[in-house]
Design a protein around this ligand. Sequence first.
Ligand code: FAD
Length: 408
Amino acid sequence: MQFDVVIVGGGHGGAQVAVMLRTQKFEGSIAIIGEEPELPYERPPLSKEYFAGEKSFERIQIRPAKYWEERSVTMLLGRRVVGVDPAAHQVTTADGTVIGYGKLVWATGGTPRMLPVPGADLPGVQGVRTRADADAMKAASDTARQIVVIGGGYIGLEAAAVLTKAGKKVVLLEAQPRVLARVAGEELSRFFEQEHRAHGVDIRLGVGISALEGDGHVTGIRLSDGEVIPADLVIVGIGIVPAVEPLLAAGAEGGNGVRVDPLCKTSLPDIYAIGDCAEHVNDFADGAHIRLESVQNANDQANVVAKGICGAEAPYHAIPWFWSNQYDLKLQTAGLSGGHDATVLRGDPATRSFSILYLKAGRVIALDCVNATRDYVQGRMAVTAGLMAPREQLADVATPLKALLPAA
Ligand code: FAD
């Protein structure tokens, strides 16, 4: 088998490369090799509407089967790429099939990070990355009596919200002194902790885990202080490990994932990498090399690659954005808050509609907006423009953020 473009990974990024190539009138052959058996689907609903049973799998497919057929995108699904030969321009799948490529796009995301403690692989311990994971989590939660969520990041909090709404009792364990510690400022963390506690989630912060206990199935979690919390379902949301081994083994430069330049090219010829697995230069992180785990980043990097393959090279420069749904709260984030030296609260959290602006040297670098879509939309412009304004004005909800932007 030989294709002009081979995309490894049929997730958000991989699918978008193929969509964008055809949109750009690329006429060469395209194949997507994906380990999962399904056609590309949206991952965010796995801890939200799909997990809650509010959306069917058909509704979360990125495109219907007909779309891929009509555009001659060959789907090689249920196949895992295990080897890359950059000199021969070939990849090998686990069943020994060799597939040649003109350009290779590595869009493999990552696998859920496991807890580094005994018992982490017991049945009843569930990571959340794929449809299969979400189905297993849903089936187990229907009958589970004691559910423990490990990790107070977005996925853990979203799962806790869905389960609590379904009437389940949930204990959530977080190693850091606050939830969302890696991605948000303290005010937002405290707001979400309070919301979850008000809904009945037993949030325990700053806890260490020494083992998962059980004989044939998980029965509990032993904390570092010796306490054992009973559990017959443990949902683990403590991040991912980028799925880049074959590429690194082939000689690609890597660190935290695989390293790419602003055109999403790896250090190997004709091989690009995008999405969750790509460590890229991000203008909104002061040009640092970072990995972002968001649909925005996967899609925007996919567009950079597709355009590059079509001869319209333009470096990646997209404002990061993200969202999370918990209960009736819609959190929307723009920019990257890392490195902020001040925050401004806009609105009153007690009204459950407010924003937190993150400043660095007086400039707005990011916003977290809770049920405040207008702030989010205008805040994106503020981050892009590097808005500087007096704190009283930034905090004043009667003043739209766009009114503070310099005239175009
Ligand atoms: P993925 O979508 O993960 O796709 C990678 C694909 O590659 C997978 O199908 C994988 O099986 C396959 N693969 C891996 N290795 C190989 C191999 N060797 N050979 C063949 N195939 C391989 N982002 C947001 O912006 N907002 C949200 O609200 C949000 N919620 C989320 C909720 C959950 C539960 C999860 C898991 C993620 C969420 N994300 C969210 C993150 C978002 O889904 C990811 O950032 C996005 O999917 C990244 O796209 P990707 O193409 O890099 O990787």
